[in-house]
Design a binder for this molecule. Sequence first.
Ligand code: GLY
Length: 356
Amino acid sequence: MEQKLIFTNAVGNALDNLVDALDAASVTIITDTNTLRLVLPLLQADSRTAASARIITIKSDDINKNLDGLKHVWTGLAEGDVTRKSLIINLGGGVVTDLGGFAAATFKRGIPYINIPTTLLGAVDASVGGKTAINFNGLKNQLGTFTEALASVISTVYLNTLPRQEILSGYAEMLKHGLLDDTDTFASLLKYNPIYPDFESESLLPLLRKSVSVKSRIVEADPLEKGPRKALNLGHTAGHAIEAFAMKHGKPIPHGYAVAHGLVIELVLSHIRLGFPAETLRQLAAYILENYGAFDIRCDDYDELISYMRADKKNSTPDEINFTLLHAIGKPQTDCTAAPGQIGAAIDIYRDLTGL
Ligand code: GLY
């Protein structure tokens, strides 16, 4: 079933209308400790559904997107006599929508659920497209399902509760969607500055709507990621390697920052392999450098970064490192492979572009 996407800053109203139409036997909100404090009271003030729902709270942060967190939610659902006629609402960022979606998909073989993302990353990526997951055995998103939410209510009203880094982290995925769409979308994203002079979240809503529509169009064509959906992995082979490297060296960076640097490296690779235009690459690199800074990569780090790329779950064999690259904006090529020498050359150019 196709996920309904509702873009509105009147979230409480939209939620009440959705729930009235569903006539659910009971409503349970799954949220995390931060969202419970910062956002739930705002939603409860605006929505009778939220004001009367049962609440299950998990711990914030990706490290808690695990079996213990899942068990806690399953236990709460069992104790609340949740049935297939009930409704679950995931209120939070990607941790809540991934774990809550997985709990909803598996409890009694599936309870309908709605996502209300409260972070930009959640709004633009995790809450749309039906991927649910928890981390397992030290690896991210190892257990999960493809189970679409009935609806995602996407707003910018809660974004002012977030620190600057969180906004930029989500914005990197928007830049990715712009690169997968067309030159106009990409140009409007480069023109918008998500922070300066004053971050005013309302003005982001039209850009967010456009960005989510890019993802949703790709997911609709390939919901189970057999082919074209892999385009959404742009920036993520290098990005995941940078994220893992930063974590390993005790200096973790937000997912979207790693994706931002990964996008530059993979556009360099796109230029080398597929003739992606140099001018667009330079524009993106300048924007990333200004807003996200540079990720410090030394010559001695190349082998370790490339070994993380080899371990990526997108590869079919450890010898082939898989990337989604671009011929041009809006023209992705999935299942490209690159040799370590070419990846090293791309990292060299990334370092030149960012003045390292
Ligand atoms: N986050 C990429 C996807 O949903 O396919």
